[in-house]
Structure formats: C-alpha cells, structure tokens
Write a protein of this length. Structure first.
Length: 126
C-alpha cells in the first residue's frame, strides 16, 4: 500500500539542470563522469534525474526512480581543487556518497549552493 509522505517533504524548493558527477559511493571512490542532470531539491533530499524533466515525469509512471540523496547530516563545500572546471561544489552525505555539481553560470551555481546549504542547516544532523 502506498504511504503518503508529509506535505513538507513533497514541497519542491528548487529545480533545474546542473552538471553532476558522483565521485564516491559509500566512501568508495568512483571514476568521475560528468553528466547533465535534472535536479530537484526539497526540504530533506535532492533527487537527481538522468533525463529531462519531461522524460523524468513520464518515467515516474513506469516506476523508474531517480537517485535520491538524504540531506540530513550532509556537508556542502566549494571544491575548487576537485576539478579543472569552474564553479564546482561538493555534497557529502552521512552514508559517504560524494557528488560534484557544476554550472558555468555564476549566479546559477551560487543560487544552488545557498539553497542546498540552507536546506542542510535547517535539518537535524543525524
Ligand atoms: C576524466 C574526465 C573528467 C575530468 C577528470 C578526468 O577523464 O576528463 O572530465 O574531470 O579529471 O580524469 P576520463 O573521462 O578519462 O575518466 P574535470 O572535468 O572535473 O576536470 P580528474 O581526474 O582530475 O578529476
């Protein structure tokens, strides 16, 4: 039976396209592979969709799930030294997953950094 999540968890705070590279999974380093991702931020989590929003919405009907990142206890920091690209920040989850996010457009990456940082700061740390 479907469980209905609290409304607060369903509220989208920000969404849009960024460049994304997952560089660790559970503390294990991964080969860096930048891809465009449709990113949806809500109060407790970020969802990464591999496809366009349009495609993601139609995939929802077939049960195709996005990668979901729990923001409780997560860290966010600028990560200049982790890439040759400009405007890169890193999110590290409690479970040891590491993601780099990037945009060439300064205000876009700044908006995302602050939106995610605010979401993390509002959450309990564990
Ligand atoms: C990687 C690819 C990435 C690059 C990374 C390379 O090579 O060019 O774009 O990261 O650099 O290793 P490959 O495709 O052969 O895996 P940036 O674009 O973020 O610099 P890195 O190893 O210095 O992270």
């Amino acid at each position: 039976k479907d469980v209905i999540p609290p409304l607060e968890q369903l509220m989208v705070e920000k969404e849009g396209y960024l460049q994304k590279a997952k560089i660790a999974d559970g503390g294990k380093k991964l080969r860096k592979n930048w891809t465009t991702s449709w990113i949806v931020l809500s109060s407790r989590k970020i969802e990464f969709y591999k496809e366009s929003k349009q495609q993601a919405l139609s995939n929802m009907k077939t049960g195709n799930k996005p990668e979901s990142v729990d923001l409780c206890g997560a860290h966010i920091e600028w990560a200049k030294e982790k890439s040759s690209r400009k405007n890169v920040f890193q999110i590290t989850t409690l479970s040891g997953n590491e993601f780099l996010l990037q945009s060439d457009i300064d205000f876009i990456i700044l908006d995302w950094f602050h939106a995610i940082k605010n979401a993390i700061d509002r959450l309990p740390k564990d």
